[in-house]
Ligand binder design. Structure first.
Ligand code: NAD
Length: 371
């Protein structure tokens, strides 16, 4: 059976990383048929909107999407296409794994965290206005509902149980935002009781940020509201090697849309320089979602091997790093071709190795990494 996939290349570095991901996806041999639709800055002039109806229609039809990043003008201009997509298609669960790949490009060679972020409400609800004509004060409303909190928290517990994770941590600010944070906290405590086998705990977001930098190994699955999840998933991406290697997925009741954590990095647009790994690991997540677990593992392992070898890697991974030598940066397209070339060759039984602080190797024992 051929799977139709809506492909939204996006803005900035989006088209480059999207075509890298498509190359790797096609190399797996999974029958995918790409329906390419444009959204974002690139269609604004032509269509008069950055989110044409045909993009939504395509996703409703295929129920499966791979997306590049889309630019959101700062301060003024059109509203975020990313936020609109999540709200209009009710893609409520944003899943953002942050895994260090081969121990490279990170101070935390064994970082392995998952941020589960509520993606339809909170401070990103889009309810904001000026208080007066002079624009001397404004309000942005933080909407938290019991329904959305319940489904995202349940999603986090279900995910943790399914993938053998060790703990779920709720992140909030219920000490200050007693109504909205308090509701999220109350729902978390209620749902945690439905999963007595899964350890759970809570952290205030400020403390959480410090704890993650100091001892990330103590945390596993984090579940939180929209804004905190946006910030913490970039933080966790940084722990795991940077935005260049951090994939993500959005799930609704029927539609799944895979997109990296990173944005359109306009300063690198058109230079064939950006790291394609985050978008390629979105393909890994998409193949798991479709049930092609072996092919998904091939994608993950091909990425792992290319980064471990550190011969054909983009600028962000070519730095001296903390565990391996510096190298000459390769182009985005070169790295993608190297990964695609490895797909049929990878050995799915060979233990993975990661680099360690002393320049040696250590075996990877955590099988959840490949789940
Ligand atoms: P960004 O993620 O685009 O880039 C921040 C920095 O991270 C870059 O300057 C670069 O140094 C690095 N980086 C990001 N992706 C990389 C990659 N693939 N390879 C190597 N390095 C990479 O964040 P920003 O500059 O704050 O945002 C730029 C635009 O992207 C904004 O318009 C923002 O709204 C948008 N954005 C979109 C999404 C999305 O589409 N889901 C997410 C975040 C930001």
């Amino acid at each position: 059976m051929t799977h139709k996939v809506t492909l939204i290349p996006g803005d900035g570095i989006g088209p480059e990383v999207a075509s890298a991901a498509r190359l790797v996806a096609d190399a797996t041999g999974v029958p995918l048929e790409w329906e390419v639709v444009e959204a974002g800055e690139s269609v604004m002039a032509k269509e008069g909107t950055p989110l044409p109806q045909y993009v939504l229609d395509s996703l409703k039809r295929t129920r499966l999407g791979l997306k590049g990043p889309i630019t959101t003008p700062i301060g003024s201009g059109f509203r975020s296409v990313n936020v609109a997509l999540r709200q209009q298609l009710d893609l409520y669960a944003s899943l953002r794994p942050a895994r260090a790949i081969a121990g490279e490009g990170t101070r935390y060679p064994d970082a392995d965290l998952v941020v589960v972020r509520e993606a339809t409400e909170g401070l990103y609800s889009g309810v904001e206005h000026w208080i007066d004509k002079e624009h001397s004060a404004g309000e942005t409303i933080n909407i938290i509902t019991r329904k959305a909190s319940e489904r995202i928290i349940r999603f986090a517990f279900e995910y943790a149980a399914k993938y053998g994770r060790k703990k779920v941590t709720a992140v909030h600010k219920a000490n200050i935002m007693k109504v909205t944070g308090g509701l999220f906290q109350e729902v978390f405590r209620t749902i945690a009781r439905e999963y007595p086998g899964m350890p759970s705990e809570e952290r205030l977001v400020d403390n959480m940020s410090m704890q993650l930098v100091k001892k990330p190994e103590e945390y596993d699955v984090l579940v939180t509201t929209n804004l905190f999840g946006d910030i913490l998933s970039d933080l966790c991406a940084g722990l795991a090697g940077g935005l260049g290697v951090a994939p993500g997925a959005l799930f609704g009741k029927e539609i799944a849309l895979f997109e990296p954590v990173h944005g359109s990095a306009p300063k690198y647009a058109g230079q064939d320089k950006a790291d394609p790994v985050a978008e390629i690991l979105c393909v890994e997540m998409m193949l798991h979602h479709l049930g092609y677990h072996e092919q998904a593992r091939r994608v993950f392992r091909a990425v792992w091997e290319v980064i471990y070898e550190k011969k054909v890697v983009t600028y962000d991974l070519a730095l001296p790093g903390y565990t391996a030598w510096p190298t000459t940066p390769s182009k985005c397209s070169e790295m993608a071709r190297e990964i695609a070339k490895k797909i049929p060759e990878v050995d799915l039984d060979r233990p993975l190795k990661r680099r360690t602080w002393n320049g040696g190797d250590s075996p990877v024992t955590d099988s959840a990494l490949e789940a």
